[in-house]
Write a protein that binds this ligand. Sequence first.
Ligand SMILES: [Cu+2]
Length: 342
Amino acid sequence: MAELTRRKLLAGSLAATGGAALLHKTVPHGHPWEAQAADQHGAHDTVDHGHADFRDNRTVDHAANGFDPHEILRDFDWGTTTRTAGGQVIREWELYAVDKEIEVAPGVKFAAWTYNQRIPGPTLRCREGERLRITFANGSNHPHTIHFHGIHPADMDGVPGVGAGQIPPGGRTVYEFDALPAGLHLYHCHVRPLAEHIAKGLYGAFIVDPADGREDAEELVMVMNGFDTNFDRANEMYAANTIPFAYMNTPIQVKRGELVRIYLVNVLEYDLINSFHLHGNLFHYYPTGTSTTPSEFTDTVMLCQGQRGILEWRFQHTGPFMFHAHQSEFTELGWQGFFEVV
Ligand SMILES: [Cu+2]
C-alpha cells in the first residue's frame, strides 16, 4: 500500500483510507487567486475575494469542541489574585490535563491532549514581579508536566527528573515562581516523546506585562500550530489557534487607525519553521516582547518552534486584508485569514 504523506494528499493521487480520506475531501484543491483570474477574464459578474475554505463551506463544530478560535483570540486569563503581607500580588490558576477528542477539520477527529479542554490552553496573563502559583492536576491517561518559559528556579522548570518531575495520571503539583521577565512567553508539556506531547495539544501562551503596562490596543493572541492526523510525523493541516481557515470564514474585525497588537507564538511541531505575513501594511516586531524597541519594521516574520514575538501596527485603509503563513503549503492547508478593517 502506498505510504500516506501530506504531499500525496496534496497531489490528489491517493487511494482513500481513514481520516486521511476525509481530509482529502475537506481540504480545498482550488486556489484563492483562481476566482480573481476568472473575474479578470469576465467570467464572473460579482466580486469574489477568493476565500479559501473547507470544501462546501463546511466548518467544525466549535460548540462540541468547547472552544472557538474567535474567542481564543481575545481571551486573556488573569487568574485570581491575593496579596502577601508584604504587598506582593499572588496570582493563581488551576490547569488540568485531559485527553479529549476534538474536530480539527470537518469530519476529522483528533485524539488530542489538552490543558483545560482547549487548544491552545488558556492564555495566562500577569504583570512583571507578581508571584505566580499554578496548580496542575493531571486528568490524562499519560504523564505530563507544565514547562514555563521565563526565569524561575530549576525545581519549577517542569521537566522530568527535576523538582516534581513527571506528574502521573491522577497526580498534581504546584508550580510557583515570580513573573520574570516582562515579555511574551509560552508553556508546554515537557514529557518524552516531546514532539508527541506538544503536537497533541499541550501548550499555551504566557504573557508577562511590563509593570507599567503597554499602550492600549486591540490585543489578539495567535498560537501557530498544526495537526498530524495520520501519525506520519508531518502535519496535514495548519492554523493559528487550531482550526484551519477559521479567520477566513469569519474575518477578524478591527478598526482603522487603532493600534493592533498580536501576541504571536509558534508551537508548530514537525516543521522546522513557521511564519506570519500581513497584507497591505507593515508592522513593528518585538522579538519575545522583551524590549520596547522593535527589531524591525516588516510585513513577514519567521519563527522556529518556541519563538514568539509581539507585532504592532495601525491599518491606514478600510477593507479586507489577508494574513497567513508565507509558506504557501501551510497557507493552502489552513493557515490563512482576513482582517476586516472598518
Ligand atoms: Cu505531556
